[in-house]
Design a protein around this ligand. Structure first.
Ligand code: MN
Length: 325
């Protein structure tokens, strides 16, 4: 059976942990896969869809090329895994780890999809950041700020090589949702690439439904399949403190869940990431639970025709919503 025949959902979800924290500012994200497991990830998904936890990738052979060398080795390791899973009709759910690993997970999924369909799927990036830096523009030097740039064809030594020609997404079918911390170089890249972006303020102003309808029109025109990279730091750190790079003024947990539910309901999700969960910054595992809620919301609505009109309104949003521009 090949993937994405007709409208059938992926027959199975395979969870792959990538315990890499070296692409970010704090290494606690290396424990993200186990935090998501402790939050009940595979149990929750298993009640909806056949789910296999394949465990963590690795261990890495000891290599002597610094932090970025380790990060790129994780990316190299995960890429063929997501490619193979997509080709066999399984949806990979790659649990990081810092966001740099999306360079491998998403390029692999793209390559697998392209091998069958001759084109890239769309890419939806739900994140407080846009991860569009290169070595020339990055203020921090951290690789977790670069995966989207590499996946969209900006030249980043080693990362671009891992992405490869068949793992590259189209800038015209990329959308960012929830961004609110964008570096000057990233702004230039957004403009240069003509890339669609809805900030967390846009979500507050226009509501989840309006923003997601528009974003999905970009990544999934005609309900075409797309990949979804979900960074838990899109949620406000008041609610979800267990992240690497906290940025204030984020989404409410209910808003993030509704974004994910609408993503799942709209089209076929080829592959999903859950990244940047850092249990060392968490309080009582609450961020892990929100992350699991968000992923579950997407999978639930992928599997069933969820009636989104029945979703509870966003608390506190009813009076602040304005019509879309
Ligand atoms: Mn990110």
């Amino acid at each position: 059976m090949t993937s994405f025949e007709g409208d059938a959902p992926a027959s199975q979800i395979s969870i792959i942990g990538v315990p890499c924290g070296l692409g970010g500012g704090h290494q606690g994200t290396a424990h993200g896969p186990n935090a998501a497991r402790a939050g009940g990830l595979s149990q929750r998904l298993g009640t909806i869809c056949p789910t296999i936890d394949c465990g963590d990738l690795g261990p890495l052979e000891v290599i002597d090329c610094g932090r970025s060398g380790f990060v790129t080795e994780w990316c190299r390791m995960v890429r063929p895994r997501t490619r193979a899973l997509v080709l066999e009709g399984t949806m990979p759910l790659v649990v990081g780890g810092d966001h740099a690993i999306a360079t491998g997970s998403m390029s692999g999924a793209c390559a697998g999809y392209r091998a069958e369909h001759g084109k890239a799927p769309g890419l939806l990036w739900i994140d407080a950041h846009v991860d569009l830096n290169t070595h020339e523009t990055t203020p921090s030097g951290n690789l977790h700020g670069m995966p989207a740039a590499a996946l969209l064809g900006w030249d980043i030594p080693i990362l671009s090589e891992i992405v490869g020609a068949d793992g590259r997404f189209d800038r015209s079918r990329m959308a960012f949702v929830g961004a609110r911390d964008i570096d000057p170089g990233e702004k230039r890249h957004l403009e240069e690439g003509g890339i669609a972006i809805w900030s967390s303020r846009d979500v507050k102003q226009h509501g989840v439904e309006r923003v997601m309808t528009d974003a999905l029109e970009v990544v999934s025109p005609g309900h075409e399949p797309f990949c979804l990279s979900f960074d838990i730091d899109v949620v406000d750190p008041k609610h979800a403190p267990g992240v690497d790079t906290a940025v204030p003024d984020g989404l409410l947990p209910a808003e993030a869940m509704e974004c994910m539910a609408r993503a799942g309901a709209h089209g076929r999700i080829v592959s999903m990431d859950l990244v940047e969960l850092n249990p060392e910054h968490d309080i009582d595992g609450r961020t892990a639970l929100i992350a699991v809620d968000c992923i579950t919301a997407a999978v639930e609505s992928m599997q069933a025709e969820t009636d989104l009109s029945q979703m509870p309104p966003d608390p506190g949003q009813a009076c602040t919503r304005t019509p879309p521009a």
